[in-house]
Design a protein around this ligand. Structure first.
Ligand code: DGJ
Length: 744
């Protein structure tokens, strides 16, 4: 094969010197080896083919030039019977013109023509140790290509982040005279044969991130979100060696950083059986039509590899924590009034709740839904973001003064992208509702979606929220989104409106953040319906689920936590009886569950007993004491053989300290459970292990005793703790204990 000469330089934007772990360029022009934090990405770019990933996975070490060349030679498949005469490359945007018969990377047409692309690479640039939006990027490859037949220009960016996370996106520009309609732009990453089991997530409102595992078989396992939220769409599509777990087993995963419609898939092509993970935005028919010179940019597709899910997950956490906007201040313990009062906004009741919260050590008070004009229940008011005079004759000032007087910060709820038909806004501007033809979409929670692509609608919402944030001392906004986008047309054009709506919602959030830089934002979509890296670039927290039941939360947070680090996972202590499941849980279990996220309370503390209130105060104090570890450390989970038991924790970077939870989900077949392993510590350090208050209470079962080490602790090395473990007490189901592990 004749390799062309490509530009492979710093393009004047970066320092290529001093980069120890990248080969620039490869021994033959067109081969690159990008490395970071235990991950290798070997890319081949030929003039005739878009970037081809020859290896994505475990670090291959410092490959000498001839070995890199040999790797390429070794990767070329033989021609299979019944296939084109030359091997078909699986490029990052696979093209049918090269013989690829799986999902194409780009689809679209120009009035029916130009339906199949054939891009020719014109330039490749590679820079190292640069930044994007203030976050470090270890290596960035930019590939410019052109299809002069179809009159399209393409730019692909591939970045390796310092923590080993890879991300890629494409930008398609119409260079022709007529409109080009984009159907899809999906990035594809190859998987090795070893990836033969798929794990992704499904769910619903109140039960987000339910894992589902199955074999990798021929065809496409496609998960789509056609509702601009994803209670049921997968947050991560992963595939790995059969039986991969948290601590071991190679696994690869992709995620789309986009809050609109998405597609994520695992595909195995026939007859040659290549496996891949693909992802991109799901575009509705005709949603992106490019006039001459216009471009469509896909969202970033993030790709993480790990030996075990913990490692895969850690790369996401490392990236999120590397951004300048990542919440760096201690995550304030908060109270959210929703499940305490719902729509019953009574000043005396709300101030009494504030008093109880402040006495428990709470630092932020969030007034939820129900404060604005006409909002006495969920049938009216959305869109009219002024304080309701009937309920709040003096505005929110009396409450704001009371809350801040107690030393707490005030937070406020909005649902900016929504409108109730019963609102002044909807009555004045029915054309600002996302709708198609002469019909309205079916109502959901009595509401419709406000089409923010209408400048007037955007300005109306911006103006009203901006005014509230300017008038009151608000430090936190809970940004909700309680219905799906369906039949969502833009009235000005009659075209599908989800793509433009997603951009407009981002612009709204960005503009409000710029105008009120001290305000933190929480992404909520009826709980965890919007938890992607697109929204997380502009929010400090997600509301993980409307289900606060601690047992359900064990699974919901394990799944969501693969992507989102603990400090961004809203996790609340709810009432003794869960409002959404009817289960009753001890405060110790509710506290120990909320402890591992950004802790809040969502319970009418004024109705709690003195004993309960003082126990809540102990949990808040423990959270405040340990949040530095919990919110900066490395999350670990074990692959305990007993499905009744779950062990998870956070290990401080440097491994000097850790906190683990041992959770008894159901009754176990064995009691006591046997020795439980504590992973992720430094093998050569000796640790003191002891129960951590207030999560140290174990109710003795039927005459059972505590393990002998329980009262005085035990000293063991990290190697022994990970390899041999410690005996744990027998617990009732739906209980947990905390262990504090400190280096001696
Ligand atoms: C759905 C949210 O997830 C809840 O926490 C609450 O804010 C309600 N909306 C209010 O309508």
């Amino acid at each position: 094969m004749t390799m062309q000469t490509y530009l492979a330089d710093a393009a004047g934007t970066a320092d290529t010197a001093g980069t120890a772990d990248a080969t620039t360029p490869g021994p033959t022009d067109g081969l690159w080896h990008l490395r970071a934090a235990g991950v290798s990405l070997v890319l081949e770019v030929a003039r005739s083919a878009l970037p081809q990933i020859l290896h994505w996975g475990a670090d291959l070490g410092d490959l000498p030039a001839d070995e890199l060349d040999a790797l390429r030679a070794a990767a070329v498949p033989p021609v299979a019977s019944g296939t084109p005469d030359a091997p078909v490359p699986l490029t990052i945007l696979p093209e049918q013109s090269a013989g690829w018969l799986g999902t194409p990377g780009v689809t679209g047409h120009r009035d029916g023509a130009d339906f199949s692309t054939r891009f020719v690479v014109e330039q490749v640039r590679l820079v190292h140790d640069v930044e994007r939006d203030g976050a470090p990027v270890a290596h960035r490859m930019t590939v410019d290509a052109r299809d002069s037949e179809a009159d399209l220009a393409l730019r692909i960016e591939i970045e390796m982040l310092p923590g080993g996370l890879v991300r890629a996106r494409g930008r398609l520009r119409n260079t022709g005279a007529a409109v080009f309609t984009v159907g899809s732009l999906d990035l594809a990453l190859p998987l090795p044969r070893e990836a033969d089991e798929i794990l992704d997530f499904t769910g619903r409102h109140l039960r987000e991130r339910s894992p589902q595992r199955h074999d990798f078989v021929a065809g496409t396992h496609l998960r789509e979100s056609r509702r601009a939220r994803s209670h049921d769409g997968t947050l991560l599509m992963t595939a790995g060696r059969r039986g991969f777990g948290y601590r071991s087993g190679e696994v690869w995963g992709v995620h789309v950083a986009w809050s609109g419609n998405t597609r994520t898939f695992a595909e195995q092509g026939m007859p040659t059986g290549e496996r891949l993970l693909g992802a991109g935005e799901l575009l509705l028919a005709g949603e992106v039509r490019l006039s001459t010179g216009q471009a469509y940019e896909s969202p970033w597709v993030y790709a993480s590899y790990g030996d075990g899910l913990d490692e895969l997950s850690h790369r996401f956490h490392t990236y999120l924590r590397s951004r300048p906007q990542h919440p760096g201040t201690p995550r304030k313990a908060l109270v959210n009034v929703w499940e305490a009062v719902y729509f019953d906004h009574d000043l005396d009741r709300l101030t009494a709740l504030a008093d109880a919260a402040a006495a428990a050590g709470v630092e932020r008070y969030v007034l939820d839904d129900g404060w604005f004009r006409g909002r006495r229940d969920d049938t009216a008011g959305l869109g009219d973001w002024t304080v309701d005079d009937d309920v709040w004759p003096e505005g929110l000032h009396p409450l704001a003064d009371h809350v801040t007087g107690l030393g707490m910060e005030l937070g406020l709820w909005f649902e900016p992208e929504m409108v109730n038909p019963d609102s002044d806004l909807a009555r004045a501007h029915p054309e600002w509702i996302l709708q198609t033809g002469n019909r309205m979409p079916p109502e959901a929670r009595h509401q419709q979606v406000l089409d923010l692509a209408h400048t007037g609608a955007w300005e109306h919402v911006y103006g009203q929220i901006d005014a509230i944030l300017a008038e009151y001392p608000i430090g936190f906004v809970k940004w909700d989104h309680n219905r799906d986008l369906v039949d969502a047309g833009h009235t000005a054009t009659g075209g599908a409106g989800v793509h433009a709506q997603t951009h407009a919602a981002y612009r709204l959030l960005d503009a409000l953040r710029a105008a009120h830089p001290h305000v933190e934002f929480e992404s909520c979509a009826g709980g965890g319906g919007r938890a992607d890296l697109g929204i997380l670039e502009r929010t400090e927290r997600i509301w993980t689920s409307d289900c606060i039941d601690a047992l359900e939360r064990q699974t919901i947070e394990a799944g969501t936590g693969l992507l989102v680090p603990p400090e961004m996972l809203g996790s609340h202590i709810g009432s003794p009886t869960s409002h959404t499941t009817g289960r009753r849980h001890e405060l110790s279990f509710r506290g120990a569950t909320a402890f591992f996220g950004h802790l809040g309370i969502e319970w009418d503390l004024t109705a709690a007993s003195e004993a309960e209130r003082s126990e809540v105060a102990r949990w808040v104090a423990a959270y405040r004491q340990h949040r530095d570890l919990l919110h900066h450390g490395r999350s670990v989970r074990t692959d305990d053989p007993d499905p009744a038991l779950r062990v998870h924790g956070v290990v401080r970077e440097g491994a000097g300290e850790a906190i683990f939870a041992v959770v008894q989900l159901t009754t176990g077949v064995w009691a006591p459970p046997g020795r439980v392993r504590l992973p992720g510590l430094d093998p050569d350090t000796t640790y003191d292990v002891r129960p951590l208050a207030p999560g140290d209470v174990v109710e003795p079962g039927h005459g059972e005793a505590l393990p002998p080490w329980w009262s005085d602790g035990v000293r063991l090395s990290g190697r022994t703790l990970a390899g041999a473990g410690v005996q744990l007490p027998h617990q009732f189901p739906e209980r947990s204990v905390l262990l504090h592990v400190t280096a001696v």
